[in-house]
Design a protein. Structure first.
Lengths: 250, 167
């Protein structure tokens, strides 16, 4: 649009959206009466706004699913925990308002895929879901620690309603990986996939990926990359992931 | 300390925006859920007294863009969903065709233009709020808005009711 034009392109839109002051609105109205093409555009754009409301406003009246209204997990006000969380976010490149372009988790490129694959292979297994059962937990943990080359823990998820079934050793991309399997009273299974990271000790924020039907929250904490997989609601899965993180960082 | 209902008043609008953005019901609610989970995680970073709605929409914008990037890098994950056409069915019969065309044209808009159009036209944010929410200059907001609207206008005029969704 020319500089000396009586109406800028931005003003045409501001007119449509009711974002002009009274003086300019009157001036633009007067101008549009002389420019049928611009007036036609203004009408078409206003109609687009109306149609967008017609298409989507129904959502406003739909009852909000309970899962979206769940109150947040009660966190004990532990300054250390917040410090750890904050550190995780900072390392993850995520700082409040400036949270554009969260860096991809390059140090664990295929962690969620590997974890989801292992989950979908073993979680449905009826006969042999685990290699070593939870009855031999001490043996399981020391065996997996030895194979992964650093002390591994099997977190207790009883508070979240999941009991440890056992675990197994798996081939990972860059060496051995461990899988712990958990089950709730309804038979829903979660797996925690643990493998050593190649990049030394790092810490990242939680990330989420969905592989087919399997949701995965994954993060790096010290020498290990962790990935919690399950076919449950994302928010529920996040809460279990958070309780694992808390247990591993008391 | 924490107000468990802090986000409640914003949820219906977040859902509406997510529905319009993704064009698909279950994906939209997943997006809202993830957005809220993130927001609770990061609540200590929200500055009380600043615009909570804009902050929530920023989180949703970032999640959606990242999600999309991930899918683009792994296109085999994309699935066609029958629900994609669900929203237009809400329309009444007489304006049904026009709305369906608009929805189809909306889905074909480049994401950056779609976001601006929806935040302005549906969410009724001021242009400054849109700039802040998306972290882009005001001039970029205006140019994206202009291109989005003109593109829709031309498509809806040109194709008319004969426009068909081809899958």
């Amino acid at each position: 649009m020319k500089n000396d034009a009586p109406m800028t392109e931005a003003e045409l839109h501001a007119y449509v959206d009711g974002q002009l002051d009274d003086v300019r609105r009157t001036a633009i109205e007067a101008y549009l009466a002389t420019d049928p093409a611009a007036a036609e555009r203004a009408r078409a754009y206003a109609r687009q706004n109306e149609q967008l409301h017609a298409l989507f406003d129904g959502t406003l009246d739909e009852p909000v699913p309970k899962t979206l209204r769940l109150p947040p997990v009660r966190r004990t006000p532990n300054p250390l925990r917040y410090a750890a969380l904050l550190a995780a976010m900072v390392v993850g490149g995520v700082i409040g308002w400036a949270l554009h372009n969260e860096a991809p988790l390059t140090i664990t490129p295929d962690l969620p895929q590997q974890a989801a694959l292992a989950h979908s292979v073993y979680a449905p297994e009826v006969q042999h879901p685990v290699e070593v059962s939870a009855r031999e937990e001490a043996h399981l943990v020391s065996w997996l620690s030895k194979r992964l080359g650093a002390p591994v823990h099997a977190p207790q998820l009883s508070d979240a309603g999941y009991e440890l079934m056992g675990g197994r050793l798996l081939p990972g991309t860059s060496g051995p990986a461990a899988q712990f399997m958990y089950q709730d009273v309804r038979g829903n299974r979660l797996t925690l996939y643990v493998r050593t990271t190649t990049d030394g000790n790092r810490e990242t924020a939680f990330r989420y990926a969905k592989e087919d039907k399997v949701g995965v929250f994954y993060w790096v904490d010290g020498p290990f990359g962790y990935a919690l997989s399950g076919e449950i609601e994302r928010l529920q899965l996040l809460r279990v992931a958070e309780s694992i993180y808390r247990e591993l960082n008391p | 300390m924490r107000d468990a209902k802090l986000f409640d008043e914003h949820i219906p609008r977040l859902r509406r925006y997510a529905r319009a953005l993704t064009g698909e019901r279950s994906e939209a609610d997943d997006l809202v859920q993830e957005c809220l989970a993130r927001a609770w995680e990061k609540l200590s970073l929200w500055q009380r007294g600043t615009d909570l709605r804009a902050w929530l929409f920023t989180i949703m914008h970032n999640l959606f863009v990242n999600d999309l990037r991930r899918r683009i890098s792994r296109p085999e994950m994309l699935t066609l969903d029958d629900e994609a056409l669900e929203a237009p069915r809400r329309a009444t019969q007489e304006d049904g065709l026009g709305l369906r065309d608009l929805q189809a044209a909306l889905n074909r808009l480049p994401l950056d233009q779609r976001e601006v159009l929806l935040l302005v036209g549906l969410e009724e944010m001021s242009y400054e709020e849109v700039a802040k929410t998306l972290g882009i200059p005001l001039g970029t907001v205006m140019s994206r808005l202009s291109r989005a609207r003109e593109r829709l206008r031309v498509q809806l005029n040109g194709a008319g009711p004969a426009l068909r969704r081809v899958k």
